[in-house]
Design a protein around this ligand. Sequence first.
Ligand code: GTP
Ligand code: MG
Length: 216
Amino acid sequence: MPPRPDKPVARIVNAQFLLSLPKWSAKKVEPLPEICISGRSNVGKSSLINALVGQTGLARTSSTPGRTQELVVFSALARMGAHDVPFNLVDLPGYGYAKVPVALKAAWLPMMESYFDGNKRLRCCVFLVDIRRTPGSEDFELLERMAELEIPVIPVVTKVDKVSKTRRVAELRRIAESLELEDWHDLRPVSVHERTGLGELAEDIFHQLADDPLST
Ligand code: GTP
Ligand code: MG
């Protein structure tokens, strides 16, 4: 018999596309706790959503930056053992890519502000950095905004398969240092291709939601 895991594994299940909004409108979205996925364009936000929920085509992805252009809302359940927590997962458009059309760039800040400003449902921001990059000014601006709003952040390092296994810890340490994290273990390394780190991230999301009195 396989060994029994000492605790149930968390998963994100029953994900469905709800709607896509060019400007946030709380009244159009069912009032559930929200988790948003943020980061630079092309960092792998939409791909991570698909991997987390186990549906390849749910969120639209592309090798060209600027694929996600609106606030895209999915409903889902965070499941741990027999405990399900309903929530909305919001795929945010990325920032920081020079080749993204000017009109798209101009629309980004007002769209993000419409989402963050006065948002009482947002429980946590999953913040993504590519393992091959160092966080830049736009990443820090986002993190500062989350700090102002007292929104917890889960820092995720994406595309770890792009770096050899022997170099990964060094790259994680470098990113942790630039984010001023005391311990690089606070970073959640993930790879959609290797399917690594997804269960741990689902567990983090579950805990952010399950600690929330609104969601139980
Ligand atoms: P925008 O919507 O433009 O902000 O981009 P995004 O952050 O949603 O990125 P998206 O998920 O569309 O992925 C961008 C590219 O990165 C695609 O070509 C993906 O296949 C690739 N990608 C995403 N995750 C991984 C990963 O874990 N490993 C590798 N090797 N490639 C990945
Ligand atoms: Mg996207």
